[in-house]
Write a protein that binds this ligand. Structure first.
Ligand SMILES: [Zn+2]
Length: 647
């Protein structure tokens, strides 16, 4: 890697305690103005390819900066700022749609590709041109005027519907009210944090730090059932209609553009290639995992019968609880003991130390005053490589009202060499005290995206900056980084309990054995989600609850939950549309990538640095399959994944 040491740009100037409403509006407006100016230069009609592409790159950079305004809709503590960010995002998307359908602009690129001498362009510049033309075609620029008008309308509707879908989930925290005895099985710190109110009842919300321990450790089956129902009814009924409209918009868009289905349109620019391949992949994984899943659910049922001899089925809300019991009783792993080794602050520092060592990076804390962030709980760091600042990251890791409810990496700034420093934000909802090991794994996962964003933000082209590979590859680097959260030597560097004792290697070994249990269940449950995501988009269905239940019965070993409407709270149906298979697809790739590492020495520098430079730092400069082949020295394969499933 070759960071441009001489002219590293500064981070952006966030307003901190200042006027965010004005700042967010101004930033977005300035970037839109710049995008218009640069697009105007492109249209002004140079036939010199490098000149056109440089102006176009500036336009795309400004657009990415303007699009990043959507971050504030997810994290800003002030509802007014969040709403403004949503409005601005709509304007940005409207402009992006306009550009995509702009025939004059398209004509410039088309002329370049067909008439000019491209011999002076390097491989990156040619790829920019190819991908630009592809995107214009996918936007519908070559359709007749009536069709383009309709595509414009559909795009605008789609943006609004997506925002409604997300907002309905974000703003709908549900809860159950139960008597304190029903907290049986939960750890002391959880009980202490859930004191009864004046009426003697305890409130348990659907926010992760409340929900996850409860469904993992809560012994009261009926209470777990109530909470699971609350969770599976978040955004119901509002999002049912929103989703139907969103699906209809996507179907019509694909049809107008000449594709047989939305999944065909969506997968054209993915590793997997076409819609049918997604359906086949879901079936292939489902088939491979079925027997193992049946065996595992048998073990859960047997254990459940100890508590309830009449039990004849294991419900979704039993799954985590009995898996935890089986792991404790049969694999000697007590989640409540495990979590004592993972105090939040220690884990956060440990993560930075581990990833810093692995990728040769340094993290220097930046005070809130200097970083100017939006909340006291956000921790900011400058990222250094060989003494040069190559990015800035912000970790916003605890829940609060009106904040994004899941875990994700958001771009704040895409890195462009010499122009702008990459900045990214992790948005998660972790407990402030002790973390579950699951949460530690999630933190490593999300951090994988952040590292990818920064390392791939040192090049010239906006289009290839950051996590800019095909979208069904993006989970591979982050899923691979999860492996480091399962390694005894790695965990020993930071996992210590209050008495200062390091997590014992034999406990980690037991955790890994226990983790093997439930792999089949995980795979089939993931396929039932992937099937919803795919089949909801592959054709029209009147009753999404009933159809979702049918898919659950087809793929999962847990029966659908009566009265649940999980599709309304399934945020990925918006962000990933028909592509939820991405997680398992990326896992196939992640297991293959990981096969290159030495399991006895996860810090071995040569392989980690090769991975850093050949895969992460490349961003979108080559097809993901080529990046993987370059790193592994052969094409990707299913073998490591299949071996993992059979382990
Ligand atoms: Zn991820």
């Amino acid at each position: 890697m070759d960071p441009r040491t001489e002219t590293q740009p500064a981070p952006i100037d966030l307003p901190g305690g200042g006027d965010w409403l004005a700042w967010v509006s101004q930033r977005c407006q300035d970037q839109l103005d710049e995008a218009r100016r640069q697009a105007g230069l492109v249209k002004a009609g140079s036939s010199d390819a490098p000149v056109v592409l440089v102006a176009w790159n500036k336009a795309e950079t400004a657009i990415a900066n303007a699009e990043a305004v959507s971050l504030w809709a997810e994290v800003h503590p002030d509802a007014e700022v969040r709403d403004r960010a949503d409005d601005l995002s709509q304007q940005v998307q409207k402009y992006v749609t306009e550009l995509g359908l702009d025939r004059d602009l398209y004509a410039v690129f088309d002329r370049l590709a067909t008439e000019s001498d491209l011999s002076g362009l390097d491989a990156d510049a040619r790829r920019v041109l190819e991908h630009t033309l592809r995107d214009f075609r996918r936007a519908g620029v070559d359709r007749d005027e009536a069709t383009r008008d309709r595509l414009r309308e559909l795009s605008e509707q789609g943006v609004k519907l997506s925002q409604d879908f997300g907002r309905n989930i974000r703003d709908d925290v549900r809860s159950i009210r139960i008597s304190p005895e029903r907290l049986a099985g939960l750890p002391d710190d959880y009980r202490a944090a859930h004191e009864p109110g004046d009426d003697g009842l305890v409130t348990i919300t659907t926010d992760y730090p409340d929900l996850v321990p409860f469904i993992t450790f809560g012994a009261d089956a009926e209470a777990r059932h109530e909470l699971a129902l609350a969770q599976n009814n978040v955004a119901w009924p509002a999002n049912d209609a929103v989703l139907q409209q969103l699906l209809a918009v996507r179907r019509e868009t694909a049809e107008l553009l000449g594709y047989a289905s939305w999944p065909d349109y969506d997968t054209e620019v993915k590793m997997i290639g076409n819609g049918q391949a997604v359906a086949d992949f879901i079936d292939r994984v489902g088939e491979a995992a079925k027997e193992r899943a049946r065996d595992e659910v048998g073990v859960l049922l047997e254990r459940k019968r100890v508590d309830d001899p009449s039990a004849d089925t294991v419900a979704t809300y039993d799954s985590r609880y009995y898996s935890e019991l089986v792991r404790r009783e049969q694999y000697d792993v007590d989640g409540q003991v495990v979590r004592t080794y993972f105090p939040f602050e220690q884990v956060r520092q440990g993560l930075l130390d581990v990833t810093g060592r692995l990728f040769g990076l340094g993290w220097t804390p930046v005070s809130r005053e200097d970083a100017g962030t939006w909340h006291d709980e956000v921790a900011s760091y400058d990222v250094d490589l060989d003494g040069t600042r190559i990015g800035r990251i912000h970790l916003d890791l605890h829940p609060r009202e009106g904040k994004f409810k899941h875990a994700a990496q958001f771009d704040m700034v895409k890195g462009i060499a010499g122009e702008q420093l990459p900045e990214g934000v992790l948005v998660c909802n972790f407990n402030r005290g002790l973390m579950e090991h699951d949460e530690v794994v999630t933190l490593f996962h999300e951090f994988g995206h952040l590292v990818h964003h920064v390392l791939a933000g040192q090049g010239e082209w906006a289009r290839f900056s950051g996590v800019a590979t095909e979208w069904d590859f993006v989970e591979a680097p982050s899923q691979m980084l999860e492996e480091w959260a399962w390694d005894a030597d790695v965990l020993a560097t930071f996992a210590r309990n209050e008495a200062g004792e390091t997590i014992p290697a034999d406990l980690v070994a037991a955790m890994r054995r226990a983790e093997q249990f439930g792999k089949g269940l995980y795979a089939v449950q993931q396929m039932s989600y992937a099937a919803r995501s795919y089949w909801f988009h592959a054709g029209a269905h009147d009753d999404l609850t009933a159809y979702g239940d049918e898919l659950q019965r087809r793929y999962s070993v847990f029966p659908p939950l009566d009265g649940a409407h999980m599709h309304c709270a399934f945020g990925h149906l918006d962000g990933y549309s028909s592509g939820y298979y991405t997680y398992m697809w990326s896992l196939v790739i992640a297991k293959d990538l990981f096969s290159a590492f030495d399991r006895d020495d996860l810090f071995a520098a040569d392989v980690a640095l090769a991975y850093r430079d050949k895969v992460l730092a490349m961003g979108g400069r080559e097809d993901a399959a080529d990046l993987v082949a370059d790193f592994l020295g052969r094409p990707y394969s299913f073998d490591s994944w299949a071996a993992w499933l059979a382990e």
